[in-house]
Ligand binder design. Structure first.
Ligand SMILES: [Zn+2]
Length: 288
């Protein structure tokens, strides 16, 4: 008998294959001057010996694009032209707090959102392998909803070939939202895209706890989050924020908020469903 040549994680690999074309990289390109002024209004740097250094650092940070992960969710009505990408609001940086949640119009003034889809990235990597001169292709999007307290942001993108420069006319199947949260110690998968150069970053882990209070995990809460966080033993990093936590049916059970090196914390399924319902985007599923 031939020796086995693979570990038996068939389900994890099935989930991975099934979600790849639904995961995108989100790049938020700032309007530097506006962003700098808005951050100074909302979170003024205190006067003192460090003031100028901190202001210079903020000015430099405001020039840089922010990266996070997003995933495609179901539109309200059948919509062959647009895709709706759900991601985290904290990728916008310190631009809101509990007293002043940001609105959609201001988000679109402060940032131009772009996404990269898996098909376009594969085509790009293929060209690179053949030593062709190519540039990575992005699709322009617009923020259509934001919920600061629950760390959620929704971006609408057009993916059909209206524009000759866009290659992608491929399907981006929406990920279903799970009807219930997996029990503790159940296996889960996360696929994220933490930086444009790192698509299909795949990890597996195990559920630790379904819902922790935000304030009990984070003593400081300058952005004013109120959601419950699901605790999962799974690796994550900054740009993976917004990535979906997937069960064995490739259904979304949470959205990555952050981590502490040992555990990662996800916007709970309960909060996710609540906000999607508010936005008119929840699929009709049994309640849990
Ligand atoms: Zn695509």
């Amino acid at each position: 008998m031939a020796p086995p040549d693979t570990f038996s994680n068939a389900l994890e690999r099935w989930v991975y294959r099934n979600c790849a074309s639904s995961i995108v990289c989100v790049e938020l390109r700032p309007n530097p001057d506006l962003l700098f002024d808005w951050q100074n209004d909302l979170f003024p740097i205190p006067e003192g010996p460090e003031e100028n250094v901190q202001l210079a650092q903020r000015k430099a940070d405001c020039q840089l694009p922010m990266h996070c992960t997003g995933f495609v969710i179901e539109p309200v009505e059948l919509d062959p032209v647009h895709i709706y990408v759900l991601t985290c609001a904290h990728a916008l940086g310190p631009v809101f707090n509990a007293e002043q949640p940001i609105d959609v119009e201001l988000v679109n003034d402060l940032y131009q959102p772009y996404i990269i889809c898996d098909h376009m990235e594969q085509a790009y990597l293929n060209e690179l392998q053949h030593n062709n001169q190519v540039v990575r292709e992005y699709i322009r999007g617009f923020v259509v909803a934001v919920n600061c307290a629950n760390d959620l942001l929704l971006i609408e993108c057009t993916t059909v070939r209206f524009n000759v420069h866009l290659r992608c006319g491929m399907p981006h199947p929406p990920l279903a939202i799970a009807p219930q949260f997996p029990k503790p110690l159940r296996k889960v998968v996360m696929v994220s895209w933490p930086h444009p150069t790192r698509n299909r970053t795949a990890v597996t882990g195990e559920i630790s706890h379904p819902g922790r209070q935000f304030d009990e995990l984070y003593p400081e809460n300058p952005l004013g989050f109120t959601m419950m966080l699901s605790e999962v033993q799974i690796r994550s990093e900054q740009g993976s924020s917004g990535g979906p936590l997937l069960n064995g049916q490739a259904e979304v059970t949470g959205l990555l908020h952050g981590g502490n090196g040992s555990f990662s914390y996800f916007v709970s399924l309960h909060n996710l469903r609540e906000v999607l319902t508010e936005w008119g985007k929840a699929q009709e599923r049994p309640t849990f």
